[in-house]
Design a protein around this ligand. Structure first.
Ligand code: SF4
Length: 452
């Protein structure tokens, strides 16, 4: 072993080192960060919350919306001061912004030591070790490689619910979305790799598994070793598993086979997040979503016929270029008709490099905000009505822990993914409990423990 590496190894063993991870964006990013933290732990780093006391700071970034990017640039500025005080500090950027900007990030902020793309999660250990020895900038953002972060340690953020990625990337190219450009084409993990990660998590005591992907319903289209329906059925049968969830589903790919597996599966939770994005065919076409309101409506009908207790949630974007009052009214009507349990609503954010960014008739910001407000009012009324129907019913929840605002109140989640608040007695995170719903609200259900 060369002398400088021996010295670095000796220094590594002689003191405790700490890392601070700042994670932005979607669940896929959180899952990637768990794999990054696992790798850092394996080479002796302990995660802490304070940037000031860390030996290594990592920002796992998101670029889906402009506001997310702005937050990251703000943090990069703050870290410049820390780096000045402690030149030994290692500072890296990973995730979607790293992929999109690459070397430009280091040109703009030379105090960044490394930039690691979305396909390079598994290389973190190697890069950090290299930087501990030589402080030369590293940029590694090549896309299109088939290697997946299968064999890396995972430091899961929760003790009862585990995220398991089943595929990476997306082939859909919705016209507003940057994801296919920064995460590359779809690559599915082998079914045996997914299953062994699920089995290991269950053996470690995880009760709930969420299978993750940008579009889980196209799982296996690349390797053809199993499709999503088959994978879901096999995960449902893992010994000791209590709950299985998945996200996200593209409406064009959710098949009748998946619905049938959900219907017969014992541990498959009755919840589907099914982003509709908009409620008029004209805008859906401009978004390149490849389905119509009619086919979406028919899919919802088939889901509800087969899984009557299912809860459906969705994502919606307002202010897409060219949106008219008529399009918007159609969307409000569609929301009232479909009656989602909840909707996550967003204002369209222009992302350079996407086709929608070049479209004419961008919608005025004030109008976007007014439409968002109107949309939320309609949806909130629907959510409240649906939740009111649960008053006095008894639901099974998995306990998640104390509420952030009041530690005497605990939160849990139903199989249908509704959040339940209840007065704490002796429950622990990961326990299952039966709760009578006494006060249904728009976003949460309040209740009390019942025995049995
Ligand atoms: S399905 Fe569309 S919105 Fe979802 S990640 Fe792929 S391109 Fe983006």
């Amino acid at each position: 072993m060369p002398k400088e590496i021996q010295q670095a190894e000796a220094t590594r063993c002689s003191r405790r080192r700490t890392c601070c991870l700042l994670v932005y964006g979607c669940q896929m990013n959180i899952s990637d960060a768990e794999r990054m933290e696992g790798q850092l732990k394996s080479i002796g780093y302990e995660r802490i919350d304070s940037m000031e006391d860390a030996d290594l700071i990592l920002i796992n970034t998101c670029c889906v919306r402009e506001t997310a990017e702005d937050k990251v640039y703000g943090k990069i500025g703050e870290i410049k001061q820390l780096k000045r005080r402690n030149p030994e500090l290692i500072f890296g950027i990973t995730g979607c912004m790293a992929q999109k900007e690459g070397e430009a990030l280091i040109k703009r902020a030379p105090h960044i030591d490394f930039v690691l793309g979305t396909n390079k999660v598994h290389e973190l250990t190697k890069i950090v070790r290299q930087l501990e020895i030589t402080r030369e900038h590293v940029v590694d953002v090549m896309l299109g490689e088939t290697e997946l972060p299968d064999d890396v340690p995972v430091a899961r953020g929760s003790g009862f619910s585990a995220w398991v990625p089943i595929m990476y990337g997306c082939n859909n190219f919705c016209s507003y979305c940057i994801v296919p450009y920064v995460r590359g084409r779809e690559r599915s993990r082998r079914p045996e790799d997914v299953l062994s990660e699920v089995e290991e998590a269950v053996q470690q005591g995880y009760k709930e598994i969420t299978l993750l992907g940008q579009n889980v319903n196209s799982y296996g289209k690349d390797h053809r070793q199993a499709d999503f329906a088959e994978l879901l059925a096999r995960v449902d049968q893992v010994k000791g598993i209590r709950r299985v969830r998945f996200m996200t589903s593209h409406p064009k790919d959710l098949s009748d086979r998946v619905i049938a597996v959900m219907k017969s599966g014992e541990h498959l939770c009755e919840h589907i997040h099914l982003p509709v994005q908009y409620g008029s065919n004209r805008i859906l076409k401009a978004m390149n979503r490849v389905y119509t309101v009619e086919t979406y409506r028919d899919l919802v009908r088939r889901i509800r016929e087969n899984i009557p207790q299912v809860s459906l949630t969705t994502d919606l974007i307002v202010g897409f270029p060219g949106e008219t009052d008529t399009d918007f009214r159609e969307t409000l009507d569609f929301l009232k008709e479909i009656r989602f349990d909840a909707a996550y609503t967003f204002i369209y954010s222009k992302r350079s490099g996407t086709p929608a960014a070049k479209m004419e008739q961008q919608v005025d910001e004030e109008l976007k905000r007014a439409r968002l407000q109107a949309l939320m009012e309609v949806q909130n009324a629907v959510s409240l009505e649906i939740n009111h129907a649960l008053k006095d019913s008894v639901v099974e929840i998995m306990v998640e822990g104390p509420s952030k605002t009041d530690p005497s109140v605990y939160t849990g989640r139903t199989r249908t993914n509704k959040i339940v608040l209840f007065p704490h007695t002796d429950e622990k995170a990961g326990d299952f409990a039966r709760i009578r719903i006494t006060q249904p609200q728009t976003w949460v259900l309040k209740g009390e423990r019942v025995s049995g």
